[in-house]
Ligand binder design. Structure first.
Ligand SMILES: O=C(CO)COP(=O)(O)O
Length: 145
């Protein structure tokens, strides 16, 4: 592969897709709408969200445990290891979760490691249509002073 080809080839991103129960329909609709683009990337999800994406939309996706059973933490750990590039997490602003601390931990490491993160459709639309999807960006810890 020539240098030029390498530069112009869109880079596959590793995208984590997660939604709380009241937001799963919203996420599934968004994934359906963007299926063509998403199919060009590596997808990861928490158990139930990932299974819905696999079963209803026939997209290949690696499923971790369900969120309440540690799935958020598994994805957080992938972020720490530098193995997730984008986080789409439609969390529920109206209902407390039994695993709120795990949710907070995931969102914390996403900020810490400068991971582009969307928690609603408007932001997810920006991310998926962004030049960021074609680039690599700094994944070092962002120190906020
Ligand atoms: O609870 C979740 C994220 O905090 C999502 O988990 P599920 O995809 O297994 O429902």
């Amino acid at each position: 592969m020539s240098k030029k080809q390498r530069r112009t080839m869109p880079q596959k991103k590793r995208i984590a897709l997660i939604a709380h129960d009241n937001r799963k329909r919203d996420l599934l609709e968004w994934v359906r709408f963007n299926k063509h683009v998403l199919s060009r990337h590596h997808l990861f999800g928490t158990g139930t969200t990932g299974s819905l994406i696999k079963d209803e939309l026939a997209l290949p996706i690696h499923c971790f445990n369900s969120g309440p059973l540690g799935g958020d933490l598994q994805i957080g750990s992938k972020i720490v290891d530098g193995e997730i590039d984008v986080l789409i997490f439609f969390w529920d602003p109206l209902e407390a979760q039994p695993h709120d601390v795990d949710v907070k931990a995931l969102l914390r490491v996403a900020v810490l490691y400068n991971i582009p993160t969307a928690s609603n459709r408007a932001t997810a639309d920006f991310l998926i249509s962004s030049v960021l999807m074609e680039q690599t960006y700094e994944r070092e810890i962002q120190l906020m002073k």
